[in-house]
Design a protein around this ligand. Structure first.
Ligand code: GLU
Length: 586
């Protein structure tokens, strides 16, 4: 049984549909009245079929889309569903497009469209059709911005009215609001249905009268559903479900603005744009019965649906000690803003790979087995996507993924990308990095001791300042006065003597071992153990151990107690800078 026929497999529904069609006949308004409702010349469904022919694609190719509403920041969840949709389309040689869903004109902002396009571009999520970074649209199924498709929606809504499947409603918003309140008071389901559907059976005269008075109106879909009936829906992610039929006459178009509601726009656009798979947030799951009715009423075949569970985060514990999880929210969580990752300087690939991890946990093993393969080679599957519970967002894990990616970059690459980021978000660092690029690159070449490859201390470019800023004198000058306090773990006398001996014995050509032997001597002469073990065995015999002496030099040179290998740092800094820093202790 095909997906579509399984939806209407229920006999009862079938019978209802037949009798309802009969009923629709009785509700067809006179054409003269319909022309008054839609006075402009509008495209007919036949014209639209011609304009937007079926796509010619291989049989298994998926056509997917992302349909963000440009009402605020780009949500991480939006990026996640865009990425998943894009991957399914491209791994099946299909098409992925961007549609701007700006039918809520009050809340839509043009600059947000820009943010959306830039985000997809920044995170390398390639779109085949829709708005591009240059502000133009590409693709033959446009316009891809809903506010530019008014005629199309109106043409189809008109066709529904002509078939008796939609009608005008002149209720004010106050009226529908108080109706809802009354329903709640009476313990009823709220909505425009049954006896509450005031304009459903209005006479031609009543409608004419309101039109003459210029009363604002909306067009409602005439639902033929019965809430008591169940329909079977096979969701790609949620599995086989039984949902109640929709019996609410939902608003589909506002006459004053000419704009449709999401429901109508979804059915119209996904049909004419040839979407085969709608992957969207699971807040839309309960609207599926309405959407299927709309597809049927319009004479369209519905797409397959996959409703994605939202990304969650941990939010404390309950009294039983269980971890509380909740959906990440735009309002409460800065990490919900996709652009935060650009501002902090996560390589886009790190964010994408982390999201792929969230989508299919097998990505991690795949990445280990294929360290150098482009992540577009990874095959996402619906089976492995989270179903009822959304994946858990974890910043620590993101940092690990990112560190791994950065550790595989050369100093040259880190310099180029890091500088690009710094020019935008840390100008002072950018200035220093550019002033002496070979110095900056040698800093980035320093490896942490004991690490087999690359630096694992950088997870994002915002870490560059703390990890390399102190190498540059103007930045160091700002922190150097803190050194005295940090050095309070040794006496002033020991510190001075250590400095003196250091300056007398330092030779920039020393190997690491030669240099460290000298530090040991300094330690021993000052009454410190030459090794940590020795100190542990006889702690009372020594003032401390060689590590403390090395720490003095580390703090003097870098202002920090934790840095990559000190000998490498000294080599990169060069003798002159080193002496100057050591002597600059107040
Ligand atoms: N504009 C809808 C939203 O932002 C998109 C839902 C869909 O993908 O169909 O939630």
């Amino acid at each position: 049984m095909s997906y579509f026929s399984s939806i209407f497999a229920n006999n009862k529904t079938q019978t209802n549909n037949e009798s309802m069609s009969q009923e629709n006949q009785n509700h067809i308004l006179p054409q003269t009245l319909i022309e008054k409702l839609f006075p402009n010349k509008l495209p007919t469904p036949e014209e639209l079929n011609e304009k937007y022919p079926k796509r010619e694609l291989p049989p298994d190719a998926m056509v997917t889309r992302v349909g963000p509403s440009p009402t605020g920041l780009m949500h991480l969840g939006g990026l996640y569903s865009a990425l998943i949709s894009e991957r399914f389309a491209h791994q099946t040689n299909g098409v992925f497009f961007l549609r701007i869903e700006d039918t809520d004109i009050e809340r839509s902002r043009a600059e947000t469209t820009d943010v959306i396009v830039k985000s997809l571009n920044h995170f390398h999520i390639p779109t085949d059709e829709g708005m591009t970074i240059s502000g133009d649209e590409k693709g033959k199924y446009g316009p891809y911005t809903q506010s530019a498709r008014k005629d199309i929606y109106q043409g189809l809504v008109k066709s529904l009215v002509e078939k008796g499947k939609a009608y005008p409603c002149f209720c004010t918003s106050e009226e529908t609001k108080s109706m809802g309140e009354e329903q709640v008071k009476e313990g009823l389901r709220p909505g425009y249905y049954g006896k509450w559907a005031k304009w459903r059976d209005a006479s031609v005269e009543e409608i004419e009268k309101e039109l003459e008075k210029n009363t604002p109106y909306v067009i409602r879909f005439r639902s033929e559903g019965n809430f008591e009936n169940k329909i079977k829906v096979s969701d790609l992610l949620k599995g086989d479900l039984e949902l109640s039929e929709n019996d609410i006459d939902r608003k589909i178009l506002t006459a004053a603005t000419g704009l449709p509601t999401y429901h109508l726009a979804h059915a119209v656009d996904d049909h004419y744009m040839g979407t085969t798979h709608v992957l969207r947030g699971d807040e839309w799951l309960s609207s599926v019965p309405l959407h299927l009715q709309l597809f049927e009423a319009l004479g369209f075949t519905p797409p397959r649906y996959g409703h994605l569970a939202p990304i969650q985060k941990e939010d404390g514990m309950n009294e039983k000690g269980d971890i509380i999880k909740r959906k990440i929210s735009k309002r409460k969580d800065p990490e919900a803003n996709a652009m935060l990752y650009e501002e902090l300087g996560y390589p886009p690939r790190a964010v994408v790979e982390y999201l792929l991890n969230l989508a299919n946990s097998s990505f991690e093993d795949w990445r280990k087995a294929n360290p150098d393969t482009d992540n577009s080679e990874f095959q996402l599957t619906f089976e492995k996507l989270s179903r009822s519970n959304g994946p858990l967002f974890d910043m620590v894990k993101l940092n690990d993924v990112s560190k791994e990616i950065i550790s595989r970059m050369t100093a040259e690459e880190i310099y180029a990308v890091g500088l690009e980021w710094a020019k935008k978000y840390d100008e002072r660092l950018a200035l220093e990095m550019e002033k002496d690029s070979s110095y900056a690159k040698s800093i980035l070449n320093i490896e942490r001791e004991g690490e087999s490859r690359g630096r694992k201390d950088i997870s994002k470019w915002a870490d560059l300042n703390s990890e390399m800023g102190y190498f540059f004198d103007p930045i160091f000058d700002e922190i150097k006065d803190n050194r005295e306090e940090t050095l309070s773990f040794v006496t002033k006398e020991d510190c001075d003597s250590a400095i003196k001996s250091f300056l007398e014995t330092y030779n920039e050509n020393d190997t690491k071992d030669e240099w460290f032997a000298k530090v040991k001597t300094i330690a021993r002469d000052l009454g410190y153990a030459e090794g940590a073990k020795q100190f542990k065995l006889e702690p009372t015999k020594y003032k401390g151990q060689v590590g403390d002496i090395a720490k003095i030099f580390r703090v003097l040179l870098t202002g920090k107690t934790n840095t990559p290998d000190l000998h490498s740092i000294m080599k990169v800094m060069g003798r002159e800078r080193l002496v100057q820093r050591i002597n600059s202790l107040a």
